[in-house]
Design a protein around this ligand. Structure first.
Ligand SMILES: [Zn+2]
Length: 344
């Protein structure tokens, strides 16, 4: 049994803890709910108990190298404290890393959740073997992480990769960050809902209005289903979504010229509804993309598990690959385990 580390995905609703071998094999995973309402100390107690349970179980057969914890929010890497977290109220100004290290008696790394998701995809997912890449996660907002030379790029103090707050409409929608026209107001799951509400409000989208009133779980997925059925209003929403995502990516490609951009998050299941417009926009707006685009970007956009390595092997021609994430919500768990036990 090999050495192992523990990755933790500490979200606003879920707390997941996994023991992962140094080679990237998942040994065991524990899923708990994050009882944020019961307070920080309660959550830390539960997390540490689960980490100890797993480390105790596997340490007879391999060395426990430490724990990595992916946290939603802005982290001060030097102090191991949360600077700001909308989902974990009461965690700021508390020595999270030091306290967990004290309890575990093992090294702990605190890392932003989008950053560990990026590292997870780079280590074991769509970008395996690709040294320079970024992940753009399309969820309620847009998360971002940049990996350069196999390591997370933190920027000056851990705030790099805020792709969701890049302006793509100067006088656009007001964003929670205080800016107007941020990309996450136009290319996230919530933006799909906003566009649907606007279409319904205009009175010219009867199918959407009907679905919204009859479907108790009306969401981005229902809108995608309508798009599949050919509803023009639903299709327009995804075209607009793809266009805005393309505008964001065009800027990122021009600035970073990375080998691969991995698109993750639940909205990716609607890939075929938005990707054509995304690629169209990329070619028009990014000269770097136009010069490095694969011949058939849509076809190589999702090659599955074997395809990931095939893609990187065929990278002799140095193309900019835009592809879908492979690991889903486990990317963060693997990436968190990886930061605790970097390449040896
Ligand atoms: Zn913003």
């Amino acid at each position: 049994m090999p050495n192992f580390s523990i990755g933790v995905d500490l979200g606003g609703t879920n707390l997941r803890i996994a023991a992962v071998s140094g080679e990237g094999q998942l040994l065991e995973k524990i899923t708990l709910g994050t009882k944020v309402a019961l307070g920080r100390d309660h959550v830390i107690n539960e997390m540490c108990a689960a980490i100890q349970q797993l480390s105790g179980k596997y340490k007879s057969s391999g060395k426990f190298l430490g724990a990595g914890i992916g946290v939603p929010g802005i982290i001060d890497m030097a102090s191991g404290m949360l600077r700001k977290s909308a989902n974990l109220p009461g965690w700021e100004e508390y020595p999270v890393r030091a306290e967990i290290e004290r309890r575990l008696g093992a090294p702990v790394v605190l890392e932003n959740d989008a950053n560990v998701a990026a590292l997870g995809e780079q280590w074991l997912g769509a970008a395996r073997g690709v040294a320079n890449m970024a992940v753009v996660t399309l969820g309620t907002g847009i998360g971002g992480g940049i990996v350069l030379g196999g390591k997370i790029w933190h920027g000056m103090n851990g705030m790099a990769g805020e792709f969701g707050h890049v302006t793509i409409e100067p006088e656009g929608q007001l964003c929670g960050c205080g800016n107007r026209g941020c990309s996450e107001q136009y290319a996230s799951a919530s933006s799909i809902m906003r566009m649907a509400r606007e279409a319904i409000g205009s009175g010219r989208a009867p199918e959407l209005a009907q679905a919204a009133s009859s479907d108790a779980e009306f969401g981005a997925k229902s809108i995608y289903n309508l798009a599949l059925q050919g509803d023009e209003n639903a299709r327009r929403i995804f075209r607009s979504f793809g266009r805005y995502l393309g505008i964001l990516l065009a800027g990122l490609i021009n600035v970073l010229n990375l080998d691969m951009f991995v698109i993750g998050g639940g909205v990716c299941s609607a890939w075929d509804a938005f990707a054509p417009n995304m690629f169209e926009e990329l070619r028009e707006r990014s000269m770097v993309y136009a010069a490095t685009a694969p011949d058939e970007p849509l076809k190589i956009s999702f090659l599955g598990e074997e395809g990931a390595s095939a893609q990187t092997e065929s990278r002799g021609a140095r193309k900019t690959i835009i592809t879908r994430a492979l690991l889903g919500s486990d990317a963060g768990l693997y990436g968190a385990a990886r930061v605790a036990a970097p390449e040896r």
